[in-house]
Ligand binder design. Structure first.
Ligand code: ZN
Ligand code: ZN
Length: 131
């Protein structure tokens, strides 16, 4: 019944992602998954996250520093990366559809998508830096 077990593990990972709005890394999600299924392996979590990303059920977020994060939100939005704690946050910046057109100075080019990551310090880390 290997297939059933794989399906159950994928379902668990998807459910944990839906409950989790903190953009976890694969390692963080593995720690959470282990609390629900003591037999789940790190490799299974990594493999399933990559498969879910390829199937567009969630999004992998490669970051300019630190490990990849994963996001269950599929609508276009921009992120903020804290360079100190490496946590990823959703911003409420409006998505710039205008950037997905013909880029200025590049006649004949077509932009298909873009992403924007703001890098800095989250409120908590910024507070810590002052003391
Ligand atoms: Zn921080
Ligand atoms: Zn997000």
């Amino acid at each position: 019944m290997k297939q059933t077990r794989n399906t159950a593990q994928k379902k668990l990972i998807m459910e944990l992602m839906r409950d989790n709005h903190t953009h976890p890394t694969a390692d963080e999600l593995y720690e959470t998954a282990r609390a629900h299924d003591a037999h789940i392996s790190r490799g299974t979590v990594y493999r399933n996250l990559n498969q879910l990303d390829e199937a567009s059920d969630l999004r992998k977020l490669p970051m300019p520093m630190g490990p990849d994060h994963f996001d269950c939100r599929l609508d276009n939005h921009y992120h903020f990366l804290c360079r100190s704690c490496l946590k990823v946050f959703d911003t409420e910046l409006e998505y710039e559809d205008a950037l997905n057109s013909v880029p200025q100075g590049l006649d004949g080019f077509i932009t298909e998508w873009h992403r924007l990551i703001l890098v800095g310090l989250c409120a908590e880390c910024a507070k810590g830096m002052k003391n």
